[in-house]
Design a binder for this molecule. Structure first.
Ligand code: SF4
Length: 87
């Protein structure tokens, strides 16, 4: 039974992450998504606009409290604002 539960959780982890295989940023320069403080986020956001898993990506970042980088087309500050509004 315990083994089954472990397999279940592995499968759901895989499902949860499978959107990343379809992410557009995987085909581009990953550094654009983690700019230095004060650096431009424009290029990364442009890529996100055309990404088919944008909503999955944003949900993942919000659920996991990702602090750094562009996720789902939003910067860290924009995600913080979004979270505040949701409360
Ligand atoms: S939405 Fe942007 S950061 Fe998220 S997977 Fe797509 S391209 Fe990458």
């Amino acid at each position: 039974m315990r083994e089954l539960m472990v397999i279940d959780s592995l499968v759901s982890d895989e499902e949860a992450l499978s959107w990343q295989e379809r992410s557009l940023c995987a085909q581009t320069d990953p550094e654009a998504f983690f700019p230095e403080k004060g650096g431009s986020t424009r290029e990364a956001k442009k890529v996100c606009i055309g990404c088919e898993v944008r909503s999955e990506c944003l949900e993942y970042a919000l659920a996991n409290d990702e602090r750094f980088g562009i996720w789902g087309g939003l910067s860290e500050r924009e995600r913080r604002k979004l979270k505040k509004r949701a409360v």
